[in-house]
Design a protein around this ligand. Sequence first.
Ligand SMILES: [Fe+2]
Length: 249
Amino acid sequence: MTSGNLQRVASQAWELFSMFRSGRIDGSRFAQNLNLLRDNVSKISAADLNIDTKNLPNYAPWAAPSGYMDICEDSFMTMGVFTLRKTGMNIPLHDHPGMHGILKVVYGQVRIRSYSYAERIGQPGQTPPAVPQFAGLASQPSAESLTPTRLASDSVHNSESGAILLTPEIGNIHAIEAVDGPAAFLDVLSPPYDPPERDCQYYHELPVNGDAAANQKDQITWLLRIPQPKEFHCELEDYPGPDIQIGST
Ligand SMILES: [Fe+2]
């Protein structure tokens, strides 16, 4: 076990994200340090987390599709490990409102499909995209339940892949699915979810009526806000790795 790597990442993340307490952020310095943090998260392995990868299919209690191991959390950041027990199990399309995140696959392979916000409906100074007619719906959804997005990426990642970054605008909404047996990934988020003000919302991609080529040209994917899908739940698992300290000393 190489606990130093994980502690280094946690300390670096806390130093970076606790900058928000001052309310004065140097944007370019923040971006530079965020990239440095991503580089270090890229080096984290299952061994750093002391995860018994052979036992992953049995990790999540009560056969939940997904498990979560809490490593550390305070008001600035949270760090934990998600597990997916077998192929096809997934964390459905969800958002991270106003949050930054870094995700690193440490075991298995996952497909990550992520979307960035397009122009928000009614945002001042922007012409909102016209809401199209959607296919296969009994009634057309309200504009408030829709989020226009653009696909940011859709690719398969494994433990050899670098960490993936999401920001409040870019790649903020994503779905994660195990594609070749069980999988596990480290998640660093800032700030943590804090319902009801900063809650996780789930989405469904809406197919648009009509000409596929025209839709592609438009390049907007409309996401419909939905309740948490019934088939998805996540259960807490014991974190077997080294104790991690965050906060000022
Ligand atoms: Fe996520």
